[in-house]
Design a protein around this ligand. Structure first.
Ligand code: ZN
Length: 117
């Protein structure tokens, strides 16, 4: 078995996020647990994920926490979008102010030129 093939093999047998959660929370059967453990020995990505999930002492709250993370990410994305809109609003405002200042300056110059004559 060459390395490339092994890589494909490990990624295709990755357990789902739910399975990893169940593993951390001890909800899997002995067979399933053994299967996940075998995979974790092979797969850095999954073993890191499990390590991260195990770090939480209140393991029952993990699914709630994941949902909150997703929600916070969505909120962040939405705020970023709003911020971008604000930037373009300020750019437009800046252009309008500059145009108005040029008109006022032109008017002042014209007035100055006329009154000097
Ligand atoms: Zn994996």
């Amino acid at each position: 078995m060459n390395e490339e093939y092994q890589d494909i093999f490990t990624t295709t047998t990755c357990p789902t996020q739910q399975q990893l959660l169940d593993y951390v929370q001890g909800r899997l059967t002995a067979d399933e647990q053994h299967e996940v453990e075998l995979h974790l020995a092979d797969c850095d990505m999954c073993s890191e994920a499990v390590e991260g999930l195990s770090a939480f002492k209140e393991k029952e709250k993990i699914p709630v926490w994941l949902r909150q993370m997703k929600w916070q990410m969505l909120r962040k994305l939405r705020t970023n979008k709003r911020r971008k809109n604000q930037i373009s609003y300020f750019t437009e405002l800046g252009i309008i102010v500059i145009v108005i200042m040029f008109i006022l300056l032109a008017a002042f110059w014209t007035y100055h030129f006329v009154s000097n004559k």
